[in-house]
Design a protein around this ligand. Structure first.
Ligand code: FCB
Length: 463
């Protein structure tokens, strides 16, 4: 199904002030995190290695040779860290469970100490009146499974089922809110097509099978949660970026369609019964080699919500000699006038989140959306016990204004989770980009709430 891209030429009101109450009483506010980025304790209490342990220990993969070995040491400081979530008057703590902490070999023998850890995290949330929202998979495949072919091996579907069953049966009586995968587009493509994330593989031949296997896990995971957790609220999350042409010359307009497939449609359409958008991106034709009888029914699942994760937009520039996409993203640093750009090199484009909310909302199969990640990396100014981060605060205000606008126009967006609670290990970029509402001094592990965190605290105080 080809959806018309979001309307272009939107005008959005600037400077309109709003309160948290404008989002409605039931609107959920939270922070999102991921196991490998915060936990540390990479080989403690029986945890097995994951592909991120392996990848970060290999020279040349991560800026500054950083690793997640210690990260924020959340494994030991979870209780006081969850206190910070409370202090900011948030409702939700989104975190992921590390597969190789509970199943060190990926399947088989269960590590009780790993199981106990997530009980402690969940209990700490519940004691403080914070809702725990669990993501089953945030990129850290057990290395033992990578050694057997990882996401490229269709057996991953069975491995994932075993893990999903374990987690949901273990914690299902305490946790209602679940997400199956974090951004399948990111871990399949960045890890298996571009080679910039673990496991560091490249080329379409490695990427294509991971797409179908992840799509199968996405739906099977939903069914497993449904079976094991009565009254569960089940979602899964997607990265998305509005794709826009560099200008109105045909070559750029054409490439937008292909970017849109890859960035926004590939994983979101199969669960809704719309199949893969193969017609709009011929390189995906190879997917047909991996689809078995009954698979296209099996990839369907009626999620209770779709998790939307948005940071920036992509301005697409056509170039006929570039294979597969016949185009590439245009570098925001070369845009005129030069937009605001984050430490990740991403253009700040607040209207993008509005466009993507409208875009998701056009699908009949999507009833409810939660923004499960949005945020920005900027340098902070640390001054005694204050951390000034004016640009991050403004980023949140501008993006939230656009979320509210979509909501007022009828989009059923039911929550907003900031990326992220505290500065952490930002994958291939290591510790340099700081996304947190809370500053972390990685030498001492000292936490300091930034001005942006204090702003949320105040903004959310009387809802
Ligand atoms: C998202 C990831 C998250 C974090 C942010 C900045 O793509 O889900 O782990 O790295 O980007």
């Amino acid at each position: 199904m080809a959806l018309a891209p979001y309307a272009s030429g939107l005008t959005l009101p600037k400077g309109v002030s709003f309160t948290a109450a404008d989002f409605g009483e039931d609107f959920l506010w939270g922070v999102a995190t991921a196991a490998y980025q915060i936990e540390g304790a990479w080989n403690v209490d029986g945890k097995g290695p994951s592909i991120w342990d392996t990848f970060s220990h290999q020279r040349g993969n991560i800026d500054n040779r950083d690793t997640g070995d210690v990260a924020c040491d959340f494994y030991h400081s979870y209780d006081s860290d969850i206190d910070l979530v409370r202090q900011m008057n948030m409702d939700v703590f989104r975190f992921s469970t590390a597969w190789s902490r509970v199943l060190p070999e990926g399947t088989g023998k269960v590590n009780q100490k790993g199981i106990d850890f997530y009980h402690r995290v969940i209990d700490s949330c519940l004691e403080k009146g914070i809702q725990p929202w669990i993501t089953l998979y945030h990129w850290d495949l057990p290395q033992a499974l990578e050694d057997k072919g990882g996401w490229q091996n269709r057996d991953v579907v069975g491995w994932f089922e075993e893990y999903a069953n374990l987690i949901t049966k273990t914690y299902g009586d305490k946790v209602n809110n679940w997400m199956v995968l974090n951004e399948p587009m990111a871990f399949t493509a960045v890890g298996h097509l571009l080679g910039m994330h673990a496991p560091g593989k490249k080329w379409p031949k490695n990427f294509i099978p991971t797409v179908h296997n992840a799509t199968l896990c996405q739906a099977d995971g939903g069914r497993i949660i449904r079976a094991n957790v009565p009254d569960a609220n089940i979602g899964t999350t997607f990265s998305c970026s509005s794709a826009e042409p560099l200008n109105d010359r045909g070559i750029h307009e054409e490439v937008v369609k292909r970017f849109d497939v890859l960035l926004n449609r590939l994983f979101i359409e199969p669960p809704q019964g719309l199949g893969y958008p193969i017609d709009d991106l011929p390189m995906l034709k190879k997917l047909e080699d991996y689809i078995q009888d009954g698979d296209m029914k099996r990839v369907e699942f009626d999620f209770d919500f779709y998790g939307l994760q948005n940071y920036t937009r992509v301005v697409a520039r056509g170039n006929a000699i570039i294979p597969y996409l016949q185009g590439a993203p245009f570098n925001p640093k070369k845009m005129k006038p030069k937009p605001e750009i984050t430490e990740m090199g991403w253009e700040v484009h607040p209207e993008g989140i509005y466009k993507m909310l409208k875009y998701f909302d056009r699908y009949e199969g999507i009833d409810k959306i939660i923004v499960t990640e949005n945020g920005a990396a900027f340098p902070d100014t640390v001054e005694n016990d204050r951390v000034h981060d004016h640009r991050r605060k403004k980023f949140y205000q501008d993006y939230l204004r656009n979320v509210l606008r979509a909501k007022k126009e009828g989009v059923n967006v039911a929550g907003y989770f900031c990326w992220t609670l505290m500065d952490n290990f930002e994958w291939a970029e290591g510790y340099h980009p700081r996304f947190g509402l809370v500053h972390v001094d990685f030498e001492t592990q000292k936490r300091t709430m930034k001005d942006s965190g204090l702003w949320f605290k105040d903004f959310l105080k009387d809802r």
